[in-house]
Design a protein around this ligand. Structure first.
Ligand code: CP3
Length: 350
């Protein structure tokens, strides 16, 4: 076996002179070649379920910019689709699902059929594993149960999470049935991605930050810990990254209790705090505000250097190790592709 890839080395705690980097939503609408293929596919879902197209979309940013990680092109809402809750993406409106709000609706869902329904995703992973340059790490992913549940219960995106919080707070045992179903489906889904060739997996808990204690412990930390433990039982060396977005000081409890190897930091987390408090325990990833990539220029470069310097300083005394440069959330569609190129050049030390 040759030396491990840079991104995996960082996740194992190694500090690299130029940190490895990739960007959340690095494949997407800011790239003209993505928009072309998306138009050819017909719809976003057809793009996700067509392995040739999805492979091509994952490769597009790698070809342009040479990131250290390529993320599988898919979506966190393919699991509800596979459970039997049909999904549609309406142009300009985001995802739409028939809401699941009680035990009767739950009875119609079946975690046992998810992997069969989403089989094209595993074919995409296999194709990517063959096509990627050898130093690039293939990242698989899924949504964490709480975040996926918010879309399933609200029927799409939400501002106040009224229905999902109402259910979780008023009937926790009923809501637990949905979360358990999502844990089971997510373990099976990620395990199959790993068998197909994913080398690292990331769990996106985009809406973890709307949960108060102790709901955060029950609906974010506990299901994540269960997924990590189940994956570890089958793949002891698999690096797992968690992204409990917006949880503030809750990042410390999440790092201690879930067993993840890496934490993806949203833009609100102070890098010095993360380095000193979280760094000794887990590798860190993040947390450049994606809007710096829209602005570009000196401001973007200074913001990126601040992170690189903040990470370097004091890291050795604190025992902190691995760092992966990334954004604090996904690239936004209005990002000029040349700003991404400038940031990549800076990160390579060019
Ligand atoms: O490049 C990558 O990061 C890989 C692919 C990826 C997508 N979605 C593609 C996508 C990943 C990892 C996701 C994760 C995802 N999906 C999350 C968690 C991360 C986050 O951004 O918070 C969430 C909450 C979703 C659910 C989702 N998918 C919503 C709410 C939307 C509509 C909003 C929007 O940005 O359009 C999507 C659609 C989506 N997923 C697009 C892409 C490229 C845009 C679809 C299009 O082409 O119109």
């Amino acid at each position: 076996m040759g030396e491990e890839k840079r991104l995996v080395r960082a996740l194992r705690g190694e500090k690299l002179a130029h940190p490895p980097f990739w960007f959340m939503r690095q494949a997407g609408r800011y790239l003209p070649e993505y928009r072309d293929l998306r138009a050819k596919a017909g719809s976003f879902l057809e793009l996700c379920y067509n392995p040739d197209f999805a492979t091509e979309v994952s490769l597009q940013p790698i070809r342009r910019y040479g990131m250290d990680g390529a993320i599988l092109f898919a979506d966190i809402l393919l699991i509800p689709d596979g459970l039997g809750q049909p999904l549609a993406y309406k142009e300009g409106e985001g995802p739409r699902l028939e809401p699941v709000r009680d035990r009767a609706a739950l009875a119609k869902l079946d975690p046992g059929r998810v992997n069969e329904h989403v089989a094209p995703v595993f074919e995409t992973v296999r194709q990517l594993a063959r096509a990627l340059p050898e130093q690039v790490t293939l990242i698989g992913f899924a949504g964490a149960p709480w975040t996926v549940a918010t879309y399933m219960v609200e029927g799409g995106s939400s501002r106040d999470f009224a229905h999902v919080k109402g259910w979780a707070f008023a009937d926790p045992d009923g809501f637990q049935v949905l979360i358990d179903m999502l844990v089971e489906a997510t373990v099976a889904y990620l395990a199959e991605q790993v068998r197909a060739g994913a080398e690292v997996v990331q769990l996106f808990d985009t809406w973890a930050g709307v949960l108060p204690e102790p709901a955060f412990e029950r609906w974010c930390i506990a299901p994540t810990a269960a997924i990590v433990a189940a994956l570890r039982a089958e793949f002891p060396a698999l690096p797992i990254i968690g992204f409990p977005r917006g949880v503030g000081a809750g990042y410390a409890a999440y790092a201690a209790a879930t067993g993840v190897d890496g934490l993806s930091l949203d833009p609100s987390v102070p890098i010095e705090w993360a380095r000193d408090v979280l760094g000794p325990r887990v590798a860190l990833q993040g947390n450049l505000d994606p809007h710096w990539l829209v602005v570009g220029g000196k401001g973007m470069e200074e913001a990126a250097r601040r992170l690189l310097d903040g990470w370097g300083q004091g890291a050795d005394e604190s025992g902190a190790g691995g760092y992966i440069f990334n954004l604090g959330h996904g690239i936004v569609p209005q990002t000029p592709p040349e700003h991404v190129a400038a940031l990549c050049a800076l990160l390579r030390g060019e």
